[in-house]
Write a protein that binds this ligand. Structure first.
Ligand code: GDP
Length: 536
């Protein structure tokens, strides 16, 4: 099969939501419909992360939150669907943002009772920056929630995207009758606690069909007609192009835990969601159908099997065809490397693959050669852009408590920060080591892993820092004030970039005023330094 055909078969996406909106439940149901798992409830809500499917770390089991981001691949209607799971906990949001660099579209789950929540807003901001096509699934219609029209209004206002409902609910909570498909004139009848995957759908002539009154009750049918008339006047008709451009988000209503509305969502998803598209690199846009293979690492994960030390680099294939045991060019290291055991993530197992195509995510066993953002090519010297590195907001100084284990500590810190779990800042002179994270739970994970994987004991002492800000300058004179008065807050990151960690927003502001020639950057891309090397 030609590479174009392979690309057309693939859909790579992520489900995003505020914790508890129903992302895990929906994931389970999608697997159920695709046949990747057999029985509803076999994988309990929230427990899916606790099976071999996507649970890599012991700490995750202990904490009961999903620390890891994993990949689930399954087949549906001739498509190969790659679902990139994202951790729900806000302290691991950075991980989620990075995963979003590897998808082509997203499904956003909103809890009908709670509406738009904090994490929904943040995640959508990232999607809006990239103009990803978004499908919205409003979940938990079996509960008394907000009025549908109110929810749509909230989504438009708070998430800065236009919406277009494709289905419309009749009633909610105990009065929930089901959803009407506006474009197909079908009615999907709701039954609670359904464990079968078939949905009970009746097709009507159109909205005026009197059979609708018989099926759902006269009053409900009248209300439905009024609602849809209103919707048609408020919202633009659905246009595929507007969805693909990220301008309009089609909206579905359902109840994931009751298997309701999920099939409709999945069927529409495979029909309209984009196939792998071009990606931006330092050499310009790279088309997926380009013959030469290339792609990038968006996530590095610790040993899936605690008895082994290897890490797994999650690699998105962006162009061409990846082949097992073929030499590829590691652009940052300038070395050619081959991969004898590349893994894919079909259903619940990992298995070795022979080849992979654009849109696929493969797991490359990594003995420490990869960093987030690394690019592999067939020899070309370009890097993929856009894997963000966020400014940490919590800081701790690392102190070794076992002088005989300082090498282990060093190695552990290097590896864990390469994985993107935290950022490491060094002070010279002084040899102070500061770890910076976006959410404080990451400190616990790091401490646990330093001890269990590297045998390194250490103490973390919190230090007062507002943010880590990268400082760019042309001439040492540009930062004279900073180096004279703020030297105690100056550090270097692992790539030797100068980083300023001011105690407060006020001090940052002051530094900007006193060093007007310097640039203070709050977010960097993982490949920023490599990009600069290339330019110079
Ligand atoms: P996540 O944190 O977004 O992954 O959310 P989960 O899928 O773990 O769901 C959070 C809770 O909401 C669980 O107790 C689910 O059983 C429940 N839930 C999920 N979908 C529905 C639904 O359609 N209706 C109701 N009533 N509860 C649901």
């Amino acid at each position: 099969m030609g590479i174009k055909k392979e690309i057309e078969k693939r859909k790579t996406f992520a489900i995003i939501s505020h914790p508890d909106a129903g992302k895990t439940t929906l994931t389970e149901k999608l697997l159920l419909y695709s046949g990747a798992i057999q029985i509803a409830g076999a994988v309990k809500s929230n427990k899916i992360k606790k099976t071999a499917t996507s649970d890599f770390m012991e700490i995750e089991r202990q904490r009961g939150i999903s620390v890891s981001t994993s990949v689930l691949s399954f087949n549906y209607k001739g498509y190969i669907i790659n679902l990139l799971d994202t951790p729900g906990h806000k302290d691991f949001a950075e991980d989620t943002y990075r995963t979003l660099t590897a998808v082509d579209s997203v499904i956003l789950v909103i809890d009908s009772v709670k509406g738009v929540e904090e994490q929904t807003r943040k995640l959508m901001e990232v999607c809006r920056m990239r103009n990803y096509p978004v499908i919205v699934f409003i979940n938990k219609l079996d509960r008394e929630g907000k009025e549908p029209i109110e929810l749509l209004d909230e989504i438009e206002k708070e998430l800065n995207i236009k919406v277009r409902p494709l289905t419309w609910p009749v009633g909610m909570g105990s009065r929930f009758k089901g959803v009407y498909n506006i474009y197909k004139s079908t009615f999907n009848f709701f039954k609670s606690g359904k464990t079968v995957v078939e949905e009970e759908v009746t097709t009507f002539k159109d909205l005026s069909d009197p059979d609708i009154d018989k099926a759902i009750g006269h009053n409900e049918a009248v209300a439905l007609r009024d609602d849809i008339e209103l919707i048609d006047t408020i919202y633009e008709n659905f246009k595929l192009e507007s969805y693909l451009n990220g301008d309009i988000a089609p909206v579905f209503f359902g109840s994931a835990v009751n298997n309701f509305g999920v099939k409709e969502l999945l069927d529409t998803f495979v029909e309209i969601a984009p196939c792998p598209g071009p990606r931006e690199a330092t050499c310009g846009l790279v088309e997926p159908s380009t013959e030469k293979f290339s792609g990038f690492v968006f996530k590095i994960h610790a040993n899936i099997d605690p008895r082994h030390r290897d890490r797994i680099a999650f690699f998105r294939v962006c162009s061409g065809k990846f082949e097992r045991n073929k030499f590829y060019h590691h652009v940052r290291l300038g070395r050619d490397i081959k991969f004898p055991n590349p893994a894919n993530f079909m259903a619940q197992d990992k298995s070795i693959i022979e080849e992979a195509f654009p849109g696929d995510v493969i797991g490359l066993y990594d003995s420490g050669i990869f960093k987030i953002g690394d690019t592999l090519t067939e020899g070309e010297a370009f890097m993929y852009k856009g894997v963000p590195r966020f400014s940490p907001e919590h800081f701790c100084e690392v102190q070794n408590t076992d002088p005989f284990k300082s090498k282990q500590l060093e190695k552990g810190l290097m590896q864990l920060t390469d994985e993107g779990l935290a950022q490491l800042f060094l002070q010279n002179p002084g040899n102070r080591r500061i770890l910076g994270v976006v959410g404080t739970l990451q400190f616990d994970v790091i401490k646990y892993r330093l001890l269990h994987e590297f045998g390194a004991n250490c103490k973390f002492s919190p230090i007062n820092g507002y943010k880590a800000v990268w400082v760019k300058f042309k001439n040492p004179k540009d930062i004279e004030d900073l180096t004279t008065y703020r030297y105690h807050s100056l550090f270097y990151d692992k790539n030797n970039n100068l980083v300023f960690i001011p105690e407060s927003k006020f001090i940052l502001q002051l530094a900007k005023e006193k060093n007007p020639q310097a640039e203070f950057l709050e977010n960097m891309e993982h490949n920023d330094e490599t990009l600069e090397l290339e330019a110079s």
